[in-house]
Structure formats: C-alpha cells, structure tokens
Write a protein that binds this ligand. Structure first.
Ligand code: ADP
Length: 181
C-alpha cells in the first residue's frame, strides 16, 4: 500500500503511522524524522535543514525532494510506504506524482487526519520537541493553512478523511476501517 498521511502539525500522524506501518507491513517514512536524524548526525543536509525547522518554516523543496526520492528508492519501500510530512505543498505533490509514475506506480490514497486547531496546539506543547514552542507552532500552523491544506482539494477523490480526535487506538481503528483493513 502506498499512502500519504496528511494533516496539521500535531495531528498525531507520526503516532498513527508507527502503528499502521506495523499492521500493514510497509515502512513509515517521515520527513521530519529524516531531518532530525540528519541534524543529530551533523550531516550537511541536517545543518541546512535545522535553521528552517527551528524557525517553523519549510525546508526548501529541492533539498527535501531529493531526500525523499533516495529514501523511496530503498528496497523496503518498493511494495509500499506511509509517507508522513511529504508532500507539504502542491509543488511537492507534483514531484511525488512524477517520481511514482517514473516507477510505474501510483498512490493508493491520502489519509487526511482532521483535528481542531486548539487540540493540535495542546498536543504540541505537551510533546515539547525542540521546535514546539508557541511562536514556532503558530508559524507552522500558518504554513499548514497556506501551503499544505490546498492539498486536500488537489488530491480530490483520493482523500480519505479520518477524525483524529480521541484516543490513539480509536483513531487507529478508524484509519484501518477507512482503508478497508
Ligand atoms: P509536524 O508534523 O509536527 O509539523 P514534522 O516532524 O513533520 O512535524 O516536521 C518538522 C519540520 O520539518 C517542519 O516544520 C519543516 O520545517 C520540516 N519539514 C518536514 N517535512 C517537510 C517538507 N515536506 N518540506 C519542507 N519542510 C519539511
């Protein structure tokens, strides 16, 4: 299964992706996790990404897309993946469509985790990651509204809406049901 996970920052995509990955037997590919691993290792990519991430801004698309492309070419992603954090703009969505069509494959669907803005702010403040301070959170929510939410219309009929409020198991059940598993 080739799925994209969509939703505002703090929607719990990462948590759900970890469970779904286990159940569906496909890797969870998170751009945020890939960036954080690079930052931790001090790679040139990590050094470049860090200043954007700390400011709550998007890392430039060419850098991000190259990272995603090489991850998608790894063996474990051949039969499927859960892509979390990419695409985040319509431009990135077009790049993904091209990458997949070059391999003769396509997405099976786009899971859209919908959750109220108050809930996501609360969840992010509780999580306390380095980029989870109030100012950065506000910036990221603005980026989501302006740049990422247009993807819902862009993907049209491929969108599968999941109510992402409630407890983790409940949301996971909704997601599994929504993809007929
Ligand atoms: P969250 O889902 O809470 O926003 P992520 O871990 O997905 O957190 O992303 C953290 C940060 O990594 C983003 O705020 C952004 O700076 C950067 N990032 C992640 N994915 C992308 C992407 N597709 N394009 C550009 N920047 C990205």
């Amino acid at each position: 299964m080739r799925l994209v996970l969509l939703g505002p920052p703090g929607a719990g995509k990462g948590t759900q992706a970890a469970i779904l990955s286990e159940k569906l037997g496909v890797p969870h590919i998170s751009t945020g996790d890939l960036f954080r691993a690079n930052i931790g290792e001090g790679t040139p990519l990590g050094v470049e990404a860090k200043e954007y991430i700390d400011a709550g801004k998007l890392v430039p698309t060419d850098v991000t897309a190259r990272m995603v492309e090489s991850r998608l070419l790894e063996e474990d992603a051949r039969e499927g993946f859960l892509l979390d954090g990419f695409p985040r703009t319509v431009e990135q969505a077009d790049i993904l469509t091209d990458l997949l069509s070059q391999k003769g494959v396509a997405l099976d669907g786009v899971l859209n985790f919908s959750v109220d803005e108050d809930v996501v702010v609360e969840r992010m403040l509780a999580r306390g990651r380095a980029d989870d301070n109030e100012e950065t959170i506000r910036t990221r929510l603005g980026v989501y509204r302006d740049e990422t939410s247009p993807l819902i219309e862009h993907y049209g009929d491929a969108i599968i809406n999941i109510d992402a409020e409630g407890d983790v198991d409940e949301i996971n059940e909704r997601a599994m049901k929504a993809i007929n598993k």
